[in-house]
Write a protein that binds this ligand. Sequence first.
Ligand SMILES: NC(=O)c1ccc[n+]([C@@H]2O[C@H](COP(=O)([O-])OP(=O)(O)OC[C@H]3O[C@@H](n4cnc5c(N)ncnc54)[C@H](OP(=O)(O)O)[C@@H]3O)[C@@H](O)[C@H]2O)c1
Length: 288
Amino acid sequence: MSGRTIVLGAGGMLATSLADLAQRSGVANEWSFLTQEDLDITIDSRVDAVMAALKPDWVINASGYTNVDGAESDAAAAHLLNGDAVGGLARACRKHGSRLVHYSTDYVFDGSADRPWREDDPTGPINEYGRSKLAGERALAQSGCEHLLIRSSWLYAAHGRNFVRTILDRLRSAGKVRVIDDQRGRPTCCDDLAQFTLALMDSPVRGTVHAANDGEASWCEFACAIRDLGAPDAAVEPCRTKDYPTPARRPRYSTLDLTRLQSALGWRPRHWREALRDVIERLDARGG
Ligand SMILES: NC(=O)c1ccc[n+]([C@@H]2O[C@H](COP(=O)([O-])OP(=O)(O)OC[C@H]3O[C@@H](n4cnc5c(N)ncnc54)[C@H](OP(=O)(O)O)[C@@H]3O)[C@@H](O)[C@H]2O)c1
């Protein structure tokens, strides 16, 4: 099993799913969850002190600058956390003999492919968020620390700020929403990604692994599925990327290839529609 593990960025969406899973799997007593307030990972001396004190077998870095549009106007902040801090953390892991799980994104690809992106396909980010995440990937590779670099996509959960909760709120309050229909990828439930993470840590697989739910969708198809499950009388209107300008460009096609994940797990990730159903049921059970 994972052994002594620290999770960084513990206030975030994915970290919350990791905490739930650690609890359910009976490993919570060996896991420590550190929020940004507990440990700001951009301060190398603090990272080193925590690593020296806790001597973890694993560090899971669930922190990140995740505001894709915000990164266009605040590239320095994105690069500091997603790039430089990852290098510092990876070097500290190497020094203290810890293994590192780090998360990256489908947005390191340019979106031009016509088949799912494999782990060794050439990267070519088209926005600052993607460039900052790629800088983190490179710093991690250069550090020489034993690691899992897990690239995922389109994360959502019953907690935190995410597409599912935003769309559901708008459908229920305004009765309609306009959503882009010409960008495709794999929506991924954070609870499932937490499960893939634990399974990968317990496997011999190291290096880069793409991890997401099965199936793919456009944002509009994803929104329609949310509508069907949670607000059946509301309307989803498709639009094109060019009609919905945002500060950051986004890849047209960012579906991740799951072959490596599937062979590491020995089972096929469930379809995003099934995971979405669970999340909406949970939201409804607790009243939103
Ligand atoms: N969201 C997606 O669709 C998506 C897709 C692919 C990959 N990923 C990657 O998956 C990982 C987790 O994403 P997420 O959506 O769960 O992120 P999230 O909800 O935005 O959480 C990120 C966490 O990082 C913390 N943080 C910010 N600055 C920090 C610092 N200097 N030191 C320590 N912690 C800091 C934040 O703390 P505060 O709450 O205090 O600010 C927040 O709790 C990230 O690496 C992200 O790039 C996300």
